[in-house]
Design a protein around this ligand. Structure first.
Ligand code: NAD
Ligand code: MG
Length: 374
């Protein structure tokens, strides 16, 4: 029996993970955490029998008559108390970084959906895994695909990694055509149903930028060997380009339960009722170059990745604030990119020496965005 903790249990990834765990006999959900959805957390606890619970929001926790850890260090205390074999981090945003570190530092394997952990604090996260020997198992569909495409290929035989992007709802538009976009339009993703923040990131292509940094961290390749290609059907999730010209791809209908299941049961594979790709009707796969001139967030992310240090933490925090402001109707869609560029231009980049350095960069970027909006 593998005892698992699900952080972000009430979200899009979290609820799909609960479904996967219920379908696999050898997974036992022992701990659950969310931000403020007390009812959702209690319902998940009843369904799984999980005894260890946490809510970041203390006032939401107070309303419950069961024991719930709460407050800013609730996730870390939850991991300490529950001692799971594996933690699924499906929290959204840099708020998930400390839980990733706490998991790996205790030698617990980490199934990682929270890509912002690796973007904001990548070197710290990798160092924690190296020191304890715990594994980081990607849940992001592209990175799960890449892990599987790579198999045991020696790194010197790998030429590059290819990440696919659906292109989001505004694929094919020009920069000028991004001006009047509404929140509803930006939330209408063509192929994936996800939480609001990542859906907006998919519309700006910031999500692909965060994923390029995530791939750099997970697979240790330089940025010039990580390719991005637009693939509107989201059927090919990732590819490994080998030095003899072979391109190994991972295919499947878009369904996050597939990479979630692989990360939760790794290194085994369990049966899942995912819809198979079928050959009874014609279908085709399209690929097109990515438009970096229109979707500047992807370019900014690649530049921040290359710059290293705290630049990706600044990029990420500025983006979180800008996306929240866009979702609240306070700024227009093109301003997301403008605010991130502004923060990167104003917050000094430092070496990523400690968690405190990351926190300071994160706070400075958020303050800069708030100032720019006001
Ligand atoms: P979501 O908004 O649907 O859910 C987020 C979850 O995190 C909720 O349960 C919320 O309560 C919890 N949460 C937020 N802040 C918290 C805090 N401070 N402390 C504790 N819990 C907190 O988001 P999502 O779409 O499920 O995405 C989660 C993560 O997975 C993101 O990093 C995202 O980039 C990544 N991801 C998501 C998908 C997808 O299909 N949804 C695909 C790939 C990667
Ligand atoms: Mg992804």
């Amino acid at each position: 029996m593998k005892r698992i903790a699900i952080l972000g249990a009430t979200g899009s990834i979290g609820t799909q993970a609960l479904e996967v765990a219920a379908a696999h006999d050898d997974l036992e959900v022992v701990a659950l955490a969310a931000r403020s959805d007390a009812d959702g957390l209690v319902a998940a606890a009843r369904a799984t029998g999980a005894a260890f619970l946490a809510l970041e929001d203390a006032s939401a926790a107070e309303r419950l008559d069961v024991t719930v850890r709460s407050g800013p260090d609730a996730l870390v205390r939850l991991i300490e108390d529950a001692q799971p074999d594996l933690v699924l981090n499906a929290v959204v945003g840099a708020a998930g970084l400390e839980a990733s570190l706490a998991t790996l530092e205790r030698g617990i394997d980490l199934a990682l959906a929270n890509k912002e952990s690796l973007v904001a604090g990548g070197d710290l996260v990798l160092a924690a895994a190296r020191t304890s020997g715990a594994a980081i198992l990607p849940v992001d569909s592209e990175h799960s695909a890449l892990l599987q495409c790579l198999g045991d290929t020696p790194r010197d035989q790998l030429a590059s990694l290819v990440i696919t992007a659906s292109g989001g709802p505004f694929r094919g538009r020009t920069r000028d055509e991004l001006a009047g976009i509404t929140v509803e339009q930006a939330l209408a993703h063509p192929t994936w149903a996800m939480g609001a923040k990542i859906t907006i990131d998919s519309a700006t292509l910031m999500n692909k930028g965060l994923e390029v940094i995530e791939a750099h961290m997970l697979f240790g390749l330089p940025y010039d060997r990580i390719e991005v290609v637009v693939h509107p059907q989201s059927i090919v999730h990732g590819m490994a380009r080998l030095r003899d010209g072979a391109l190994i791809a991972h295919l499947g209908h878009p369904d996050m339960r597939v990479p979630i299941s692989y990360a939760l049961t790794y290194p085994r594979r369990e049966t899942l009722d995912a819809r198979p790709l079928a050959w009874d009707a014609p279908f085709s796969l399209d690929f097109e170059p990515v438009d970096l001139a229109t979707f500047g967030c992807l370019r900014l992310a690649m530049e921040a990745g290359e710059a290293g240090g705290t630049a990706p933490a600044v990029l990420n925090a500025a983006n979180e604030e800008a996306v929240a402001a866009f979702l609240a109707g306070r700024i227009g869609f093109p301003e997301i990119e403008a605010l991130v560029a502004d923060a990167l231009g104003h917050v000094a980049v430092e070496p990523l020496a400690s968690l405190d350095v990351v926190r300071a960069a994160d706070a400075a970027a958020r303050a800069r965005v708030a100032e720019a909006i006001a």
